[in-house]
Design a binder for this molecule. Sequence first.
Ligand SMILES: [Zn+2]
Length: 438
Amino acid sequence: MSTLRFDGAEFTPPPGMKLREAHAHLPALGREMTQLSLHDCISAPECVSRVAALASRMESAREPGWLLASGVRVSGWKDQRWPFLTELDRACPNRPCLLGGFDHHSGVCNSAALAAAGLSASSSSQGDGLVVRTPEGEATGLVLEAAFEAVRRAVPEPTPEQWLRHIKAACDSLASLGFVEVHDLLSPVGLGESLAKLDDSGHLPLRVWLYPALADLGATLTLRGRFERPGAVTVAGAKLFADGTLNSRTAWMLSPYRDPMPGHERGTPLISVKQLAAAIDQTRAAGVGLAVHAIGDGAVRAVLDAAASRPAPRGSPTLRIEHCELIDATDLPRFSQLGVIASIQPCHLLPDIDVLKDQLPHRLDRVLPLRELIDSGCRPGELLWFGSDVPIVRADPSDSVAAAVLRRRPGMTPEQAVAPEQAITESEAWRCFSPTPP
Ligand SMILES: [Zn+2]
């Protein structure tokens, strides 16, 4: 359990309160916990020296395999630059090395890692991905999108024992923050059986709801008899994407970005209302819920339109919208009218403030309208849920409570807050973490 101090205010869970983390990625969290964490790094030279220190420790311990690190956020570094390929080659000369960006869409690697992925300083872009070059044409080691994925795929898969250790580490770390329930969004098909193994040996410290990708729902349900454990491991629904992300300007907006990606003035819709309605039908028929990733107000509206076309019979499994970073005023009352859950991670406001102010300055009043959601009938913990999206950001619930109450980052003045009229009280914010009643 932790306490966050923020410009004189202090955020601690109410004594004895049990918490639900409504949006997490357990396998990725577990994997990152076993990697070098660069979340608190402040410059490229510091990053390089930490990599060099770990590389030499691995050498002296004769530890095989890749050197992996995560959590790079260059925009927050003093020098605002990625380490160069040559720097990483010197720091980690004897094995492949990959440092992942916090957003899981970018990273930087050494020559051995580029080679393992079939890329090189002279390879051109890979699919829709990119090996970033210097003006002289040399690869910098920075890999984006599909090129980043190519390097990531070249990393050997964890063994079954490592995989189980990762999942246990992730669950233990969430339990240590006071969580008794966690929802895993985009669960791999094998996750349920790992969790059941932990539960059977008395090592599962919280209950887990699984949301496999809609494409994996059938395979997951076929196996459910082997791994579901009443009150501990449950297939709760399927996960689907309606849009992209704010940082990449692919979140689906009702109005254009100030500086859009060419051809994508309002972001990138990934699905139609008709397809969303079909997904509601499909999951309802299977007796499970549906969680739809929708960050932009256009994506949120599409999900609500689909929900309106498929009125929920009493007691039908839940439809939840993940993220909801912007909600248009006309759509806001529809959450409580349609019984759709707003599953929000207010902590994302803290890193997203800059891109919101830069790209959507005319829509800042529609960012995370928590006050209006509650006032329109979404009761905290019932139709308004909080989570973190860990490991994209850390899971500490105090971050989301502070963001929901203060609407700004530490060090910012109250005048720099985003839509301060949408602030909610600290006690309302904690209630959004209330576990699901049995
Ligand atoms: Zn997520």
